[in-house]
Each structure stands twice: as C-alpha cells, then as structure tokens.
Design a binder for this molecule. Sequence first.
Ligand code: DAV
Length: 379
Amino acid sequence: MKTGIIDSDAEKIKVNSWNEWDPLRRVMVGRAKGTMVQAPEPAIIRDWPNEGFPKGSYGLVPDELVDAADEQLDNLVKILEKKGVKVDRPSDFDFAQEVSTPDWNQKSMFGCMPPRDVLAVVGNEILEATMSQRSRWHEYLCYRPLIINYFKNDSKMKWEAAPKPRLSDESFNKNFWEKYEKLSNEEKLIKVRENDLILTDEEPLFDAADISRFGKDLFVQLSLVTNKLGYKWIKNHFKDHRVHAVTFDNYYPQHIDATFVPLKPGMVLHCGERTADPELIRYFEKNDWQIIKAEKPSKTYKTLPRMSFCSPWLSMNLLSIDQNTIVVEESEKMQIEQLDKLGFNVVPVPFWDVAPFGGGLHCATVDIEREGEMEDYFP
Ligand code: DAV
C-alpha cells in the first residue's frame, strides 16, 4: 500500500500544530478518486436527478468530476512542495463497499476527501472524530496507514480516537429534513441556536472540521454534524485548553471553516452573512482581535459546481502557509484583494473542482506539523 511516506524522512516526523497560522511544515492532502454519492441514510439526503443520482440512488461520482478534482489536488500538492512543505496522501480505498455494524447496514461509504472532517490535530495529538454519518463511519481507515507511520516515527505523538458512535436510529431526529424544510428562516435559526437539528444527544457526535484552533482556545461549532455531547466530549478531552461551543446564523451549519477563520494572531475572517453569537464577538473584541468581514464570494448557490453540497463561502476556506502567506482559490478575486490589502501574500490556486468532494482548501488538507507551541491569544 502506498502511504506517501518515504523512509528517509520518516525520522523527521513531528506531529505538532496548535493553530491555523504558524509556519506549515507537513500537511495531508485528500484524494477524490473512489468517492461515492452516498447511499441513503438518516443523516443526509442526496438528490441530483440531472446528474443521474435521483434521491435514493447512489454510486461512484462520475469520472470527469473525479479527474478534474484530482488534478487540482495534485496541483496543490506541487505548489505546497515547492514551498518546502512535506505532503502526505491517503491510501486508495474501496468506498463502494457495503458496510455494517450490529445496528445498521449502509450500502456505501463516502471517500477520502475531506481529511479535515475526520482528523483533528491539536498540538502533538491526532484525534479521529466520531463522524455522524453512517457512510463516514469507516472513513478513518484510509488515513490509518499514514497515522500509523506518524506514530511509529514520532516519539511524542498522541493518538486518540473519540468513542465510536453507534449511529443507531436513536441518534437521529425522525423525519427531521421533511419538517425542517417547512420551517420559516427564523424558526430554522432558533433550532440552529439550540442545536436542535438532525442529531439527537443520544451519544457524542462531532466532525473534526467543526473545531477551530487558536492555541489555548478551541472553538467548536454545534452543527448538523456536531451535537452538544460531542462538544462536551471535546471539552473534557482537551483539559489544557479553553473549549468554547459556538453557533452562527447559518441554516445549514456544517464545519466552522467557511464561517469563522483565523488569519493570524489578532485577526479572524468572519462570514458576515452568518451572524455570530454576541458572546463570541465580545470574547474576541475584549482581547483586541480584529474581526474582518469576508468579501463576497465569486459564486452564488445557483452557480456552484455540479453536485456540490457546500456553499459559495468556500471562498474563505483558506490554507495558511504562515502568518503572512495564505493559499486562496484563484477565482475568488474579491477575497484575494481583501487579503492582499490586509498585507497578506496570497497564493492563488484553482480549486473549485474539488467542491463536489466536500470542500475547499482548508477542508481538503490537515496540517500535521506547524512550527510553534501552544500560546494563549486570549489572556
Ligand atoms: O459553509 O459551505 C463548507 C465546509 C465543508 N467542509 C460551508 C461549509
């Protein structure tokens, strides 16, 4: 099995990443190949009749989409390598397999994109998230060869897996989607604020991409894929951190990294359309952080790529190479110009073809090593 790690650099591996902005040394980049349109399950509805995937059907994402995405992922790898960043890629895996646990049977898995959803790197620890979709229950397996290699070659690395969830019917609110779609926007936001969404609090559930790392402070978004018990588990697990639960005015919250994105100490990019908890804003302002309202995305919901289930706000789903250098999708001209004016050196990279596989530049990557230690940016 190809793991992307060659023996000569094995001894140099050091899992260490405390925030989203310190100088990047090693990163994992996902793959599109093998990704499935997920078979039906309580957590999600996929319905793309014009693409040959009407509700209830499932199967491999069409080759032309896969090839376009893999080309952009490979191109990102080259750019990162040129900048001296080590890049690791997950293994091939047959996601078309039917999988089961004692509680359920699921006709397909999903893919090895986006790794950010599955793996949280907090300091010297790699934490495998519970995930909250049956099709993603086994997804950690495609990252395991890399994780085992890191573990073998890093004397300090901590490796954890959050409790594997059962994801039985009790973990999901019955007929949630049907009822939710009938609510007014105001009613939806009340539910979002209370995290009364698809997931029940039967057991802890979270995706790693709902965690945003600011040194000693971790912000965890309660969302469609992260419940209150998931937050509680994260809070109790990271004892040396201050762990905050946050919500935003977002009708379909899923992952914090297109909503509230740190750029460097003292500066965070916020999707203005998604109002934050006043308490969160106060916390940042009290500590003299600048909250920058992100510029408009280049796309609208109508012009998103085929089969994409993300929002146009992938425009602010960035990957920082260091405090001054940020990789941004190349067609996001207004976002690029804004960052440019703020003094950042922007590296434009074509990446919208990756969206149908679950995200942008931040989603598609997991930083394994950045320089730096844990610092308190909210003293
Ligand atoms: O707001 O469109 C994007 C992040 C998906 N991992 C959004 C979520």
